[in-house]
Design a protein around this ligand. Structure first.
Ligand code: PEP
Ligand code: MG
Length: 325
């Protein structure tokens, strides 16, 4: 199978009926960079910047981060890299920060909440990203946005840093894209103005699923209890797709489920055209997408929903078994 996937490397993830899905990779460590080439990923759809902070025993310095980010951009060779700002707290605790004693850290003081309440580190990180871009395009995504004002505040921090860099005579990004991760159900129902202001949105399915089903992603007893192909979850995804379409906001999916072929197929059939996943999943997802008809998959999903199925998985699997290569 590995050889078959390697032979697909230069080919697009294009379905039988001509829909093209962009497959990007998730990364976070410098060791991930060679996978950009070997997997055939079209850029990095999620660069988890906290990993660089987690592997150190002291806070990294701005210039050191800027050098790291520049290497990531270089490795992407003109493809986009979506840098997600620090998502610490919850399961990711920095050894050099005061531990917070929280009864429920996943819903606690984490990610953009920390960034907005104590903006020193966020601003340092944004400066490092601007310096790393050195006049090239820059794409920044803010994690765990629950309300539109959090996105607006985070965005204005970034714009302020751009002004500051410019006034210091440093180059600023040629093109700047500022996006939000949609990983709390509340954001799916945010006012239209949120969708208009975001340059793009990426669904963080790992967190979105845990909050949608109220099932802790770290708890072995419940983490696999609910299926993302459950009709309720697909209805939520469809709602997000529609809202993004109304405002022409580019949408991607970057949680682990994007890397599972059946799930990826269903998300694509509903209309998601960019999926970001671990590099090893790109081959299997591409292989499946290339051998199916997305309109047919959509018909099967809609029929299962109309019949009142709880999950569309059995219907999709049955249908796939009838599809010949
Ligand atoms: C997610 O929540 O789906 C996501 C991509 O971010 P993380 O797994 O780092 O929380
Ligand atoms: Mg998340």
């Amino acid at each position: 199978a590995q050889e078959r996937y390697a032979s697909l490397r230069g080919l697009p993830a294009q379905s039988k009926d001509g829909a093209v899905v962009k497959l990007q990779m998730n990364a976070g460590l410098m060791a991930d960079l060679p996978s950009l080439e070997s997997s055939g990923a079209e850029g990095v759809g999620l660069f988890r910047t906290e990993l660089q902070f987690l592997i150190r025993n002291q806070m990294p310095k701005r210039d050191e981060l800027a050098r790291l980010y520049a290497r990531v951009m270089d490795a992407a060779q003109g493809h986009k890299v979506v840098f997600r700002t620090l998502d610490i707290g919850s399961d990711k605790v920095l050894p050099y920060m005061k531990p917070q004693d929280e009864p429920n850290p996943a819903m606690g003081w984490r990610a953009i909440r920390v960034g907005l309440d104590k903006p020193g580190v966020l601003r340092m990180q944004l400066q490092a990203l601007i310096r790393a871009s050195n006049g090239r395009d820059l794409t920044v995504m803010f994690p765990f946005i629950s309300e539109q004002h959090e996105f607006a505040s985070a965005r204005s921090h970034l714009l302020r840093e751009i002004h500051r860099e410019r006034s210091l005579g440093h180059p600023v990004p040629q093109e700047l894209k500022i996006g939000a991760m949609l990983e709390t159900p509340s954001l799916a129902f945010a006012p239209r103005s949120f969708f208009e202001t975001a340059d793009f949105i990426s669904i963080g399915g790992n967190d979105l699923k845990q909050f949608f089903f109220a099932a802790d992603r770290e708890n072995e007893r419940v983490r696999r209890r609910y299926d993302v192909l459950n009709v309720s979850f697909l209805n939520l995804i469809e709602q997000i797709i529609q809202r993004c379409a109304e405002t022409d906001t580019p949408l991607s999916f970057c949680g682990e489920d994007a890397g599972r072929p059946i799930e990826a197929l269903c998300f694509a059939a509903l209309g998601i055209r960019t999926l970001s996943m671990r590099p090893a999943s790109i081959g299997p997802v591409k292989a499946l997408l290339r051998r199916v008809d997305l309109t047919g998959a959509r018909r099967v999903i809609d029929a299962a929903r109309a019949e009142g199925a709880e999950t569309v998985r059995p219907a999709v699997l049955d249908w796939l078994a009838t599809q010949v290569d």
